[in-house]
Ligand binder design. Sequence first.
Ligand SMILES: NC(=O)c1ccc[n+]([C@@H]2O[C@H](COP(=O)([O-])OP(=O)(O)OC[C@H]3O[C@@H](n4cnc5c(N)ncnc54)[C@H](OP(=O)(O)O)[C@@H]3O)[C@@H](O)[C@H]2O)c1
Length: 239
Amino acid sequence: MDLQGKHVVVIGGSSGMGLATAAGAAAAGAKVTIASSDQSRLDAALATLPSGCDGVVVDARREESFAEALAQIGELDHLVYSAGDGVSPRPLVETAPDEARGLFDVRFWGAVAAIRHAAPRIKAGGSIGLTSGTIVVRPPAGAALAAGAAAAIEGLTRGLAVELAPVRVNAVRPGAIHTPMWDALPEARRSAVLGALAERTITKKVGQPDEIAAAHLFLMDNRFVTGTVLTVDGGAILI
Ligand SMILES: NC(=O)c1ccc[n+]([C@@H]2O[C@H](COP(=O)([O-])OP(=O)(O)OC[C@H]3O[C@@H](n4cnc5c(N)ncnc54)[C@H](OP(=O)(O)O)[C@@H]3O)[C@@H](O)[C@H]2O)c1
Protein backbone atom coordinates (compact mmCIF):
# COMPACT_ATOMS: atom_id res chain seq x y z
CA MET A 1 0.00 0.00 0.00
CA ASP A 2 1.22 3.49 -0.83
CA LEU A 3 0.10 6.39 1.37
CA GLN A 4 2.89 8.72 0.18
CA GLY A 5 1.65 12.31 0.26
CA LYS A 6 -1.39 11.44 2.37
CA HIS A 7 -2.15 12.83 5.83
CA VAL A 8 -3.67 10.29 8.22
CA VAL A 9 -5.13 11.45 11.56
CA VAL A 10 -5.77 8.85 14.26
CA ILE A 11 -7.91 9.87 17.24
CA GLY A 12 -6.97 7.48 20.05
CA GLY A 13 -3.62 7.02 18.35
CA SER A 14 -1.54 6.84 21.52
CA SER A 15 -2.34 3.20 22.27
CA GLY A 16 -3.64 -0.14 21.07
CA MET A 17 -5.36 -0.37 17.72
CA GLY A 18 -5.03 3.36 17.07
CA LEU A 19 -1.26 3.31 17.63
CA ALA A 20 -0.91 0.24 15.41
CA THR A 21 -2.91 1.99 12.68
CA ALA A 22 -0.70 5.06 13.00
CA ALA A 23 2.40 2.86 12.69
CA GLY A 24 0.96 1.06 9.65
CA ALA A 25 0.02 4.31 7.92
CA ALA A 26 3.47 5.79 8.60
CA ALA A 27 5.13 2.62 7.25
CA ALA A 28 3.05 3.09 4.09
CA GLY A 29 4.50 6.58 3.68
CA ALA A 30 1.76 8.77 5.18
CA LYS A 31 2.28 11.85 7.29
CA VAL A 32 0.58 10.79 10.54
CA THR A 33 -0.94 12.82 13.34
CA ILE A 34 -2.05 11.01 16.47
CA ALA A 35 -4.43 12.53 19.01
CA SER A 36 -5.40 11.56 22.53
CA SER A 37 -6.19 13.17 25.86
CA ASP A 38 -2.77 12.92 27.50
CA GLN A 39 0.45 14.62 26.33
CA SER A 40 2.76 12.16 28.12
CA ARG A 41 1.04 9.15 26.50
CA LEU A 42 1.22 10.92 23.14
CA ASP A 43 4.96 11.52 23.66
CA ALA A 44 5.53 7.85 24.58
CA ALA A 45 3.63 6.74 21.47
CA LEU A 46 5.46 9.20 19.20
CA ALA A 47 8.77 7.78 20.46
CA THR A 48 7.75 4.45 18.87
CA LEU A 49 6.68 5.99 15.54
CA PRO A 50 8.92 7.16 12.69
CA SER A 51 10.16 10.76 12.81
CA GLY A 52 7.79 13.13 11.05
CA CYS A 53 4.73 11.87 12.94
CA ASP A 54 3.19 14.40 15.29
CA GLY A 55 0.70 14.51 18.13
CA VAL A 56 -2.15 16.76 19.26
CA VAL A 57 -3.95 16.69 22.61
CA VAL A 58 -7.68 16.27 22.26
CA ASP A 59 -10.26 15.40 24.91
CA ALA A 60 -12.98 13.45 23.17
CA ARG A 61 -15.43 14.47 25.91
CA ARG A 62 -15.17 18.12 24.82
CA GLU A 63 -16.56 19.21 21.44
CA GLU A 64 -14.48 22.42 21.48
CA SER A 65 -11.34 20.31 21.89
CA PHE A 66 -11.94 18.89 18.40
CA ALA A 67 -12.59 22.37 16.99
CA GLU A 68 -9.18 23.49 18.29
CA ALA A 69 -7.33 20.30 17.31
CA LEU A 70 -8.68 20.11 13.75
CA ALA A 71 -8.00 23.82 13.18
CA GLN A 72 -4.40 23.07 14.18
CA ILE A 73 -4.21 19.89 12.05
CA GLY A 74 -5.71 21.45 8.92
CA GLU A 75 -6.37 19.38 5.81
CA LEU A 76 -6.24 15.59 5.96
CA ASP A 77 -6.90 12.56 3.79
CA HIS A 78 -7.98 9.87 6.24
CA LEU A 79 -9.48 10.08 9.73
CA VAL A 80 -9.46 7.00 11.98
CA TYR A 81 -11.40 7.13 15.24
CA SER A 82 -10.17 4.57 17.78
CA ALA A 83 -10.62 6.43 21.09
CA GLY A 84 -12.33 4.58 23.90
CA ASP A 85 -12.25 4.62 27.67
CA GLY A 86 -12.32 1.46 29.76
CA VAL A 87 -15.62 0.56 31.41
CA SER A 88 -16.53 -2.27 33.75
CA PRO A 89 -19.55 -4.34 32.71
CA ARG A 90 -22.61 -3.54 34.83
CA PRO A 91 -26.31 -4.35 34.48
CA LEU A 92 -28.38 -1.53 33.02
CA VAL A 93 -30.74 -1.32 35.99
CA GLU A 94 -27.74 -0.76 38.29
CA THR A 95 -26.33 2.04 36.12
CA ALA A 96 -27.29 5.61 37.00
CA PRO A 97 -28.67 7.69 34.10
CA ASP A 98 -25.68 10.07 33.97
CA GLU A 99 -23.25 7.16 34.00
CA ALA A 100 -25.22 5.43 31.25
CA ARG A 101 -25.15 8.55 29.08
CA GLY A 102 -21.46 9.07 29.90
CA LEU A 103 -20.65 5.68 28.41
CA PHE A 104 -21.40 7.14 24.99
CA ASP A 105 -19.20 10.22 25.51
CA VAL A 106 -15.82 9.08 24.17
CA ARG A 107 -16.86 6.16 21.95
CA PHE A 108 -19.88 7.71 20.20
CA TRP A 109 -20.19 11.45 20.83
CA GLY A 110 -16.42 11.86 20.49
CA ALA A 111 -16.60 10.26 17.06
CA VAL A 112 -19.47 12.58 16.11
CA ALA A 113 -17.52 15.65 17.22
CA ALA A 114 -14.34 14.49 15.47
CA ILE A 115 -16.24 14.01 12.21
CA ARG A 116 -18.08 17.33 12.52
CA HIS A 117 -14.74 19.17 12.56
CA ALA A 118 -12.70 16.84 10.34
CA ALA A 119 -15.12 16.11 7.47
CA PRO A 120 -14.97 19.59 5.89
CA ARG A 121 -11.16 19.29 5.86
CA ILE A 122 -10.95 15.85 4.20
CA LYS A 123 -9.45 16.02 0.72
CA ALA A 124 -10.83 14.31 -2.42
CA GLY A 125 -10.44 10.54 -2.24
CA GLY A 126 -10.40 10.62 1.55
CA SER A 127 -12.13 8.44 4.12
CA ILE A 128 -13.26 8.04 7.70
CA GLY A 129 -12.74 4.79 9.63
CA LEU A 130 -14.69 4.26 12.85
CA THR A 131 -14.56 1.55 15.53
CA SER A 132 -17.43 -0.61 16.77
CA GLY A 133 -17.02 -4.13 18.22
CA THR A 134 -18.42 -7.66 18.09
CA ILE A 135 -20.19 -6.78 21.32
CA VAL A 136 -22.89 -5.45 18.96
CA VAL A 137 -23.65 -8.98 17.78
CA ARG A 138 -22.75 -11.09 20.84
CA PRO A 139 -23.01 -8.91 23.96
CA PRO A 140 -22.18 -10.56 27.29
CA ALA A 141 -24.45 -9.78 30.25
CA GLY A 142 -23.62 -6.38 31.72
CA ALA A 143 -22.55 -4.92 28.38
CA ALA A 144 -25.89 -3.76 26.98
CA LEU A 145 -24.94 -0.07 27.06
CA ALA A 146 -21.52 -0.69 25.50
CA ALA A 147 -23.30 -2.75 22.83
CA GLY A 148 -25.67 0.19 22.30
CA ALA A 149 -22.76 2.61 21.84
CA ALA A 150 -21.04 0.29 19.35
CA ALA A 151 -24.30 -0.29 17.46
CA ALA A 152 -24.79 3.48 17.29
CA ILE A 153 -21.36 3.72 15.61
CA GLU A 154 -22.44 1.19 12.97
CA GLY A 155 -25.64 3.16 12.23
CA LEU A 156 -23.62 6.37 12.09
CA THR A 157 -21.24 4.72 9.63
CA ARG A 158 -24.02 3.86 7.16
CA GLY A 159 -25.78 7.20 7.57
CA LEU A 160 -22.63 9.23 7.05
CA ALA A 161 -21.49 7.12 4.09
CA VAL A 162 -24.61 8.46 2.35
CA GLU A 163 -24.45 11.96 3.80
CA LEU A 164 -20.73 12.74 3.44
CA ALA A 165 -20.14 11.19 0.01
CA PRO A 166 -17.78 11.36 -1.82
CA VAL A 167 -15.91 11.00 1.47
CA ARG A 168 -16.09 7.26 2.25
CA VAL A 169 -17.15 6.19 5.73
CA ASN A 170 -16.56 2.68 7.10
CA ALA A 171 -16.12 0.98 10.46
CA VAL A 172 -13.94 -1.83 11.74
CA ARG A 173 -15.73 -4.20 14.13
CA PRO A 174 -12.96 -5.81 16.22
CA GLY A 175 -13.35 -8.96 18.27
CA ALA A 176 -11.15 -9.39 21.33
CA ILE A 177 -7.82 -7.70 20.60
CA HIS A 178 -4.80 -7.79 22.91
CA THR A 179 -4.25 -4.11 23.66
CA PRO A 180 -3.41 -2.02 26.75
CA MET A 181 -7.18 -1.66 27.28
CA TRP A 182 -7.01 -5.03 29.05
CA ASP A 183 -4.26 -3.81 31.42
CA ALA A 184 -7.01 -2.61 33.75
CA LEU A 185 -7.40 -6.28 34.78
CA PRO A 186 -4.86 -7.87 37.16
CA GLU A 187 -2.37 -10.03 35.22
CA ALA A 188 -3.74 -13.43 36.26
CA ARG A 189 -7.34 -12.42 35.53
CA ARG A 190 -6.30 -10.83 32.22
CA SER A 191 -4.63 -14.04 31.03
CA ALA A 192 -7.68 -16.07 32.02
CA VAL A 193 -10.11 -13.72 30.27
CA LEU A 194 -8.03 -13.46 27.07
CA GLY A 195 -7.53 -17.24 27.07
CA ALA A 196 -11.29 -17.78 27.35
CA LEU A 197 -11.94 -15.22 24.60
CA ALA A 198 -9.40 -16.98 22.34
CA GLU A 199 -11.28 -20.26 22.85
CA ARG A 200 -14.46 -18.52 21.65
CA THR A 201 -12.97 -17.89 18.20
CA ILE A 202 -12.55 -20.15 15.18
CA THR A 203 -8.89 -19.15 14.92
CA LYS A 204 -8.32 -19.98 18.62
CA LYS A 205 -6.51 -16.75 19.33
CA VAL A 206 -7.27 -13.18 20.28
CA GLY A 207 -6.38 -10.56 17.71
CA GLN A 208 -3.35 -8.30 17.65
CA PRO A 209 -3.52 -4.53 17.08
CA ASP A 210 -1.70 -4.79 13.73
CA GLU A 211 -4.52 -7.03 12.45
CA ILE A 212 -6.96 -4.17 13.07
CA ALA A 213 -4.52 -1.68 11.59
CA ALA A 214 -4.46 -3.76 8.40
CA ALA A 215 -8.26 -3.50 8.22
CA HIS A 216 -8.16 0.29 8.59
CA LEU A 217 -5.48 0.55 5.91
CA PHE A 218 -7.58 -1.57 3.53
CA LEU A 219 -10.58 0.73 4.12
CA MET A 220 -8.43 3.80 3.41
CA ASP A 221 -7.09 2.28 0.22
CA ASN A 222 -10.10 0.67 -1.46
CA ARG A 223 -12.13 3.40 -3.15
CA PHE A 224 -15.09 1.07 -3.83
CA VAL A 225 -15.81 0.43 -0.15
CA THR A 226 -18.12 2.73 1.81
CA GLY A 227 -20.85 2.21 4.42
CA THR A 228 -19.26 -1.11 5.34
CA VAL A 229 -18.69 -2.63 8.77
CA LEU A 230 -15.66 -4.91 8.50
CA THR A 231 -15.61 -7.64 11.15
CA VAL A 232 -12.12 -8.73 12.26
CA ASP A 233 -12.73 -11.22 15.04
CA GLY A 234 -11.28 -14.66 14.28
CA GLY A 235 -14.80 -15.81 13.43
CA ALA A 236 -16.03 -15.26 17.01
CA ILE A 237 -19.53 -14.20 15.99
CA LEU A 238 -20.09 -17.51 14.16
CA ILE A 239 -19.65 -19.91 17.08
N1 LIG B 1 -9.32 -4.23 22.74
C1 LIG B 1 -10.44 -4.89 22.43
O1 LIG B 1 -10.56 -6.11 22.65
C2 LIG B 1 -11.58 -4.14 21.77
C3 LIG B 1 -12.56 -4.87 21.09
C4 LIG B 1 -13.59 -4.21 20.44
C5 LIG B 1 -13.65 -2.82 20.49
N2 LIG B 1 -12.71 -2.12 21.18
C6 LIG B 1 -12.80 -0.66 21.17
O2 LIG B 1 -11.80 -0.17 20.32
C7 LIG B 1 -11.36 1.15 20.75
C8 LIG B 1 -9.85 1.14 20.91
O3 LIG B 1 -9.53 0.17 21.88
P1 LIG B 1 -8.03 -0.26 22.27
O4 LIG B 1 -8.15 -1.65 22.75
O5 LIG B 1 -7.09 0.11 21.18
O6 LIG B 1 -7.84 0.67 23.57
P2 LIG B 1 -6.57 1.41 24.19
O7 LIG B 1 -5.30 0.72 23.87
O8 LIG B 1 -6.94 1.62 25.62
O9 LIG B 1 -6.58 2.83 23.43
C9 LIG B 1 -7.61 3.74 23.66
C10 LIG B 1 -7.21 5.08 23.07
O10 LIG B 1 -8.27 6.02 23.34
C11 LIG B 1 -7.67 7.21 23.86
N3 LIG B 1 -8.63 7.92 24.72
C12 LIG B 1 -9.24 7.48 25.84
N4 LIG B 1 -10.01 8.46 26.36
C13 LIG B 1 -9.87 9.53 25.52
C14 LIG B 1 -10.41 10.85 25.53
N5 LIG B 1 -11.24 11.29 26.49
N6 LIG B 1 -10.07 11.68 24.52
C15 LIG B 1 -9.20 11.28 23.54
N7 LIG B 1 -8.66 10.04 23.49
C16 LIG B 1 -9.00 9.19 24.48
C17 LIG B 1 -6.46 6.72 24.64
O11 LIG B 1 -5.48 7.71 24.81
P3 LIG B 1 -5.31 8.61 26.15
O12 LIG B 1 -5.44 7.70 27.32
O13 LIG B 1 -3.93 9.19 25.98
O14 LIG B 1 -6.35 9.66 26.08
C18 LIG B 1 -5.94 5.65 23.67
O15 LIG B 1 -5.16 6.26 22.66
C19 LIG B 1 -12.13 1.41 22.06
O16 LIG B 1 -13.28 2.17 21.78
C20 LIG B 1 -12.53 0.01 22.51
O17 LIG B 1 -13.70 0.02 23.30
C21 LIG B 1 -11.67 -2.75 21.80
